[in-house]
Design a protein around this ligand. Structure first.
Ligand code: ASP
Length: 582
C-alpha cells in the first residue's frame, strides 16, 4: 500500500494511528534539531515532523537532503501539534516520521508552487504540469469536472443520450476556417476537423435519437482574439419534435441546475430580449445586464440644431455614467482619448455634465441650450451628478463603440460583480449578416438555421431583415450558448444555400449528405451548444478560459509545453504526397 491516507485527511481523531503518506515536498523548515516538512498532494497538506529526540539520525539526515517537489513516502504516527494551524483542515495534527523513502528527486522548479507564484505566463505554460500542482489551477480543473458531471447528470436524467461523433470529417460551416488533416490513404484529399458536430447531430435526429448531447472538442482556425482557443469544448445538444420554446425551457433548466448545484444560486425565470432590442438598448447582442447605463437614442432631441456632426449622423446615442460629474476635465479628456483609440474607433465624444443643482454644462453649449440637454438627460436616464457621454455616426459602428465604453465604465466602477449572475436569452437574430469583405450575405448563425416563416418573403427583397429562429444564452455579458431551430426540409435548405451564394452543384458537393437525409423523413428539430470553457470560467467567477483548460494554447495557437505545431519529417510528407512551399 503506497498510502493509507491522503494529505488532506488526518484529524485529531486519528491521534496515535500509524499511517503511510506520499506526496510532494512543499516546504521544509530546518531548525537543526527539528525539521518540519509540508507534504502535499491533490487533497491537501499534512505537516511532517522529524525531531532529533524521537527520529533516528539516518532519517534526519535523509530529511535534510530533501528539496522542494521531491516525491516521498513516509511512515509515522499521528500526533497532536503544539502550535496549531487553523487555516488548513489538517492543521491540528502532524506526523512524527519513522521511515522515509525518497521516491523521486526533483530539479528546482522554475517557479514557486504556491497560490501566488513568481512564474510568468509563458513559463507556467511551458511547465504546465507544475502549474497544475498549484491550488488555483488544480481547483479550476476540479471545478470544471464538477460542472461537466452536473451537465451529464442533468441531461441524462432528462432523457438525453450522449453520442460521440467523428473528428475526421468534412467541413462544417460555423463561420471560421477549418483545420485540415491530409489523408494518406486518399491521396490529395483532406479531412476537416469539426468546427462543431452540427451536421452529425442533425443526422442523429433523422436517425431518431430524439434527444442528443455530447461534451465535445471543436476546432476553429481563427485569429485568436483575446481569450479564444483553437480547440475548445462544447456541450452540444439537439432535440427532435421541438419548437424554440421547448429548447429554451430545456436549457434554461440545465443552466438553472448548474447555477444551483455549483454556485448555490437560484434564479427563477431568465429574462428574454430580441436581438433588435438588445442592440438598441445596449449596442450589443450579448448585453451584460448586471448594471444599467442603458443607451438613450438622441436623434429626435439632438438633430434639430446647427451641429453638423449630429445632423450628418445616422445615430446619435448616449449613456449616463453614474456620478461621472466628479470627473475632472483632464479625466474626461482621457476618456475621449480612450473612445478614439483604434480598438474602439469613435471619431470624438460629446459630453454633458449633470450638475447637482439640475443645470447642465456640455461640450456643445454653443449649439444646445439647457432645455435640449435636459431632454438628453431624460433619454439617457441621467441623474444630477452623472456624466452623459454621446457618440454619433453610422448606427452599427456607434452602437459597438458606445457598448465598449459602457463595458469599460462598468469595469472601472466595479459594476461587474463576478459573484452576481445575470442570464439573458437573446432571440430573433437576423438570419443573414452582410459581410463587408466578401460583399455578400453570410449566415449569422449557420446555414442550417431556419428563417421565421413570416419573414420568408423578405428573402429576395430585403434579406438583411429576415429573422431566424435562433437564440443565444448570455451570462454576464458573455455568450455562453447559441442555437436554432433547423431547416428540416430539402427545398428550404436548397433555397438557403442559394441565398448564401452556393451554386446547386457546390451545395450538393458539400452538403448533399444532409439534403439527402432530409428526403427520408427528417423530423422537425433544433438545438443549442454551450461553450463549456467559458461557462465554467464565468461560473468560477473568472473570465479567462485558459485558466480552466488543463493544457491551453497561447494566442499564437502554440502549445509551448510540447512545442506544437512543429515541422514533420520529409518521410511523413512523402507518404502524404505533400510538399512544403514556403
Ligand atoms: N453548432 C452551433 C455552434 O457551434 C450550435 C447549434 O446551433 O446548436 O454554434
Amino acid at each position: 500500500m503506497y498510502r493509507t491516507h491522503s494529505n488532506g485527511e488526518l484529524r485529531l481523531e486519528n491521534l496515535g494511528e500509524q499511517v503511510i503518506l506520499a506526496g510532494w515536498v512543499q516546504k521544509i523548515r530546518d531548525k537543526g534539531f527539528m525539521i518540519w516538512v509540508d507534504l502535499r498532494d491533490r487533497y491537501g497538506i499534512t505537516q511532517l515532523i522529524f525531531d532529533e529526540e524521537r527520529t533516528s539520525k539516518t532519517i534526519i539526515d535523509q530529511a535534510k537532503s530533501l528539496g522542494r517537489e521531491f516525491v516521498i513516502q513516509i511512515k509515522g504516527e499521528v500526533i497532536e501539534r503544539v502550535s496549531k494551524n487553523k487555516n488548513i483542515p489538517t492543521g491540528e495534527v502532524e506526523i512524527l516520521v519513522k521511515e522515509l523513502e525518497i521516491l523521486n528527486k526533483s530539479a528546482v522548479p522554475p517557479f514557486t508552487i504556491e497560490d501566488e507564484t513568481d512564474g510568468g505566463d509563458e513559463l507556467r505554460m511551458k511547465y504546465r504540469y507544475l502549474d497544475i500542482r498549484r491550488n488555483p489551477v488544480k481547483n479550476n480543473l476540479i471545478f470544471r469536472h464538477k460542472v461537466a458531471m452536473e451537465v451529464r447528470k442533468y441531461l441524462s436524467d432528462e432523457g438525453f443520450i450522449e453520442v460521440e461523433t467523428p473528428v475526421l470529417i468534412k467541413s462544417t460551416p460555423e463561420g471560421a476556417r477549418d483545420f485540415v488533416v491530409p489523408s494518406r490513404m486518399n491521396e490529395g484529399q483532406f479531412y476537416a476537423l469539426p468546427q462543431s458536430p452540427q451536421t452529425f447531430k442533425q443526422l442523429l435526429m433523422v436517425g431518431g435519437m430524439d434527444k442528443y448531447f455530447q461534451i465535445v472538442k471543436c476546432f476553429r482556425d481563427e485569429d485568436l482574439r483575446a481569450d479564444r482557443q483553437p480547440e475548445f469544448t462544447q456541450i452540444d445538444c439537439e432535440m427532435a419534435f421541438v419548437k424554440q420554446e421547448d429548447i429554451i425551457n430545456a436549457f434554461e433548466g440545465l443552466t438553472k441546475h448548474l447555477l444551483k448545484e455549483v454556485k448555490g444560486v437560484t434564479i427563477d425565470k431568465f429574462p428574454r430580449m430580441s436581438y433588435n432590442e438588445a442592440m438598441k438598448r445596449y449596442g450589443n447582442d450579448k448585453p451584460d445586464i448586471r448594471f444599467g447605463m442603458e443607451f438613450g437614442e438622441l436623434n429626435e432631441v439632438a438633430k434639430h440644431k446647427d451641429f453638423s456632426v449630429f445632423n450628418n449622423a445616422e445615430l446619435v446615442v448616449g449613456i449616463a455614467i453614474p456620478n461621472g460629474n466628479t470627473y475632472s476635465r483632464k479625466e474626461i479628456d482621457k476618456l475621449i482619448e480612450w473612445v478614439k483609440r483604434p480598438q474602439v474607433g469613435a471619431l470624438g465624444m460629446v459630453y454633458v455634465r449633470c450638475n447637482d443643482d439640475g443645470t447642465f454644462k456640455s461640450s456643445v453649449d454653443k449649439f444646445f441650450d439647457q432645455n435640449d440637454l435636459s431632454n438628453w438627460a431624460k433619454a439617457t436616464n441621467a441623474k444630477p451628478g452623472d456624466l452623459i457621454c454621446v457618440l454619433s455616426g453610422v448606427t452599427n459602428k456607434v452602437r459597438a463603440q458606445l457598448s465598449a465604453l459602457r463595458m469599460e465604465m462598468a469595469e472601472r466602477l466595479g459594476l461587474r460583480n463576478p459573484e452576481e449572475f445575470a442570464p439573458l436569452w437573446v432571440t430573433d437574430f437576423p438570419l443573414l449578416e452582410w459581410d463587408e469583405e466578401t460583399e455578400r450575405y453570410h449566415a449569422m448563425h449557420h446555414p442550417f438555421t431556419s428563417p421565421k416563416i413570416e419573414d420568408i418573403e423578405l428573402l429576395d427583397s430585403d434579406p438583411g431583415k429576415v429573422r431566424a429562429n435562433a437564440y443565444d444564452l448570455v451570462l454576464n455579458g458573455n455568450e455562453i450558448g447559441g442555437g436554432s431551430i433547423r431547416i428540416h426540409d430539402k427545398k428550404m435548405q436548397a433555397l438557403m444555400f442559394k441565398h448564401l451564394g452556393f451554386t446547386p452543384e457546390k451545395a450538393a458537393e458539400q452538403f448533399g449528405f444532409l439534403m439527402n437525409a432530409f428526403e427520408y423523413g427528417a423530423p422537425p428539430h433544433g438545438g443549442i451548444a454551450f461553450g463549456l470553457d467559458r461557462l465554467v470560467a464565468i461560473l468560477g467567477g473568472q473570465e479567462t478560459i485558459r485558466d480552466f483548460i488543463a493544457f491551453p494554447k497561447n494566442n499564437k495557437g502554440r502549445d509551448v509545453m510540447i512545442d506544437a505545431p512543429s515541422a514533420i519529417d520529409e518521410e511523413q510528407l512523402k507518404e502524404l504526397n505533400l510538399k512544403i512551399n514556403l
